[in-house]
Design a protein around this ligand. Structure first.
Ligand code: ATP
Ligand code: MG
Ligand code: MG
Ligand code: MG
Length: 481
């Protein structure tokens, strides 16, 4: 089954169960001060759960573009090194807004996985909330009872509050959840170690694929829990992981979600994927990061020097450096992957195809800007190796700040390079340098105020619309910031 078919089957299945299929919300969040990017399928529906707005239908399903690079969910460090965490991924989800509850949700998830997708039942595990005495919360007997009618009892695992009780925040809707995990190891491995010992243990072939959340409580400001007037279901399934399981692969990157980009990158670099771990990691990171960058730009977030814009710039610069150091791309290259991605997803996310040229130009500009200083920054780091060693294998704050300020190295990029060389970074020292520079510019601004006022260029995150005719204007504007 191709990934396109897998996605379509999910939507068709829930449509057949009376769900309205809705398009993905933008990956960039514009009206929620607590969130920069959509990080779960639930996020765009918050208002329905909180009762601020009526839902378009009591049953909804979709695939949602998600980004997990900041805040509560930050998977950036995992990407490329493990095989199943991405920065940007699709979360398939079905929702009940005060309509069906545990019984239907769990039965349908089982039916879809085992009858439509035909995943073997003896490779699946499910988890159920075990209860929590400090909160006076009982075990989720209802979910347990539903599972018992479908799956062998020794495959139902009890989970604690951390893994199996979901909360929106310090206050608000919350409730127990029930996860589904899949064991993709070889027969021999399965015989050697039972899969249930590896669930939630960071094993790359025993992975969580689906989470069913049952919102039945409201957490009040005093910390107490009260029953919600209506009960809701919120589910999230990692699309790329599902494809790995159905396509019988060992890694998300081996599925047809990533292979077109991976083959393109490898061929442009003149290497083969799967020959060398270092180049493989670089190829995976680039394939992952270009998705995150392309979709956020297409959804209106340009790279910039602060907030959401800087998150994108950081991801982009990480990708540029992987391409430069490990695949020998000394000229802008990342932008040429955009058409491969846009074509592949043209039917699902037409917004990228529609803005392909614009997205490509923004990325190329960014690449050009960073490539101007990257090599010198790397040389600077190289020449100081002995100093760092003498300093207890620590890159001092002054150097980290110089790299940031003069060479455009985001701190996390310097940290990554440090890690590769067995060094750490003096974060506190970096912060001190940053503060001192801010003070210097504040003082300079004060003395200059009387005879000349320098207007700072607008580097705030900037919202752009989809209008294709404005592309030129936007690129020009972008160059100015
Ligand atoms: P994990 O424990 O693997 O980090 P999670 O518990 O943080 O996953 P949820 O918040 O429950 O994930 O999200 C629902 C589903 O989304 C997960 O079951 C998983 O299939 C998928 N998912 C979560 N994070 C990622 C990611 N970074 N990349 C790809 N898929 C993801
Ligand atoms: Mg996680
Ligand atoms: Mg988890
Ligand atoms: Mg989970």
């Amino acid at each position: 089954m191709t990934s396109a078919e897998i996605r379509q089957q999910f939507l068709d299945f829930f449509a057949s169960k009376g769900h309205q299929i809705v398009p993905s919300a933008p990956i960039v969040v514009k009206d929620d001060p607590t969130l920069m990017f959509t990080n779960s399928g639930m996020a765009p529906f918050k208002d329905y759960f909180l009762g601020n707005k009526p839902a378009p239908s009591p049953r909804v399903a979709d695939t949602q573009k998600c980004l997990r690079v900041s805040g509560k969910h930050n998977d950036l460090e995992e990407v490329g090194y493990d095989t199943y965490h991405h920065t940007m991924f699709e979360m398939l989800g079905n929702w009940s807004f005060g309509d069906y509850f545990k019984q239907d949700a769990l039965k349908w998830s089982w039916e879809l996985l085992t009858e439509v997708y035909k995943l073997p039942k003896d490779r699946l595990y499910v988890s159920v909330f075990q209860g929590d005495s400090t909160e006076n919360l009982p075990m989720d007997q209802e979910a347990f009872n539903v599972w018992k009618t479908m799956i062998a009892e020794d495959r139902i695992l009890m989970g604690n509050k951390k893994d199996n009780f979901w909360e929106m925040g310090d206050t608000g809707p919350c409730g127990p959840c029930s996860e589904i995990h899949v064991d993709l190891r070889s027969e021999e491995e399965v015989a050697r170690i039972p899969g249930k010992d590896l669930v939630n243990n960071d094993h790359p072939q025993v992975v969580e694929i689906w989470n069913n959340v049952f919102m039945e409580f409201n957490r009040l400001a005093d910390g107490s829990l009260v029953k919600l007037p209506a009960q809701h279901v919120d589910t999230g399934m990692g699309f790329e992981r599902l494809c790995m399981a159905i396509q019988g692969k060992q890694s998300n990157y081996d599925t047809d979600v990533f292979q077109p980009m991976i083959q393109f990158i490898a061929s442009e670099a003149g290497v083969s994927y799967g020959q060398d771990e270092k180049t493989d990691i670089a190829i995976r990171v680039i394939a992952d990061h270009i998705r995150a960058i392309s979709f956020t730009i297409a959804d209106g977030q340009l790279p910039s020097n602060n907030k959401a814009g800087y998150v994108i710039r950081r991801i982009l610069r990480r990708a540029v450096r992987y391409a430069f150091t490990y695949l020998n791309f000394k000229k802008p290259f990342l932008n040429t992957i955009v058409p491969v991605l846009a074509d592949q997803l043209a039917n699902v996310f037409p917004e990228l195809k529609a803005q392909q040229a614009f997205v490509q130009r923004v990325i190329e500009e960014e690449e050009n800007a960073f490539l101007r200083t990257l090599e010198n920054g790397l040389k600077r780091l190289d020449t100081l190796q002995d100093t760092f060693k003498a300093n207890g294998n620590v890159i001092d704050g002054k150097t980290a700040f110089e790299l940031y300020d003069t060479f455009g190295f985001p701190l996390d990029l310097t940290a990554l390079i440090a890690k590769e060389n067995g060094f750490t970074i003096d974060d506190a020292g970096f912060t001190t340098e940053m503060e001192q520079q801010k003070n210097r510019s504040r003082n300079a601004a004060q003395t200059e105020q009387s005879d000349w006022t320098v207007l700072q260029p607008e580097v705030e995150t900037e919202w752009v619309a989809y209008d294709a005719e404005q592309v030129e204007a936007r690129v020009v504007r972008y160059r100015q910031v």
